[in-house]
Write a protein that binds this ligand. Sequence first.
Ligand SMILES: *Cc1c(COP(=O)(O)O)cnc(C)c1O
Length: 330
Amino acid sequence: MADAVTIEDVFAARQRVAPFAGRTPLVESAALSKRAGHPVYLKKDHLLPTGSFKLRGATNAILSLSEGQRRRGVGAASTGNHGRALAHAASVAGARAVICMSSLVPANKVEAVKSLGAEARIVGRSQDDAQAEIDRLVDKGGLIDIPPFDHPEVIAGQGTLGLEIIEAVPELEAVLVPLSGGGLISGVALAVKAHSPATRIIGISMERGAAMAASLDAGKPVLVEEVETLADSLGGGIGLDNRYTFAMTKALVDDVILLTEREIAEGIAYGYEAERDVLEGAGAVGIAALISGRFAPRGPTALVLSGKNIDSTVHGAIIARTHAAFKKGA
Ligand SMILES: *Cc1c(COP(=O)(O)O)cnc(C)c1O
């Protein structure tokens, strides 16, 4: 299954996706380069419409459907950013969209999906509960499920981000990629290693509830308890019946680093203070891995800034260092 998605699929995805989710800035951070002793580049995918890289995969998946399929409508169980991206991509393509989310998803993300014209359904307390509802709608109403990560066209779409990075800076030693279900890292690793096999791909997750890291350790997809984290877009399982991303991550990812809540908070704060980037927890884990010293650069390094959809009250408390993550013992 590791070769179910190929570099040709990523090139095809770029043709489809380019008009809607075009090239994002890749800029060297003077502050981080100085700190690291090597050039550090920030891939600013949080600047895409709907505020995350997920627009790439969602757009590619919808544009890969036939006219008739688009009329039936698309659906997803999403922790927020995929749902939002799918809603936006569906409205651009004139398709109906139904988004199911667990009750752990922050209110701002639910509202965002609704305001993009999609139907939002809140079901259960986990990604798996939300997925069960989508499965029911697929069986009952002929809805087309576009999952957040374990789908060939979604992976190929996320891979376009990797192409943009490695084409701009071919001599990278490492690329740090936020890791949850593994759609992003699978696509990015495929694209980067096709051009530069020696470039290391490092996945970054939170210590609390990192399903892919636990599954890699176990040698097969396993369930983890879903808990609240600042990196809420990295929560959720990888699916016990995972078809693509577990095998691709296992084959293509060189290392996985796990971060504490406090380290993630420091990453968010640094992103704002040094770069004036508003990042959500998941979007800041690359910066966090670097400034915490958990990742030690050996050469030119790129960090994927994956999303910006953070509650403004939480963001403010992090900048002010009054958030719970900064309390003693957190
Ligand atoms: C979905 C998401 C991720 C993780 O992507 P996966 O493909 O699930 O690994 C990282 N950052 C943000 C902001 C996301 O929305």
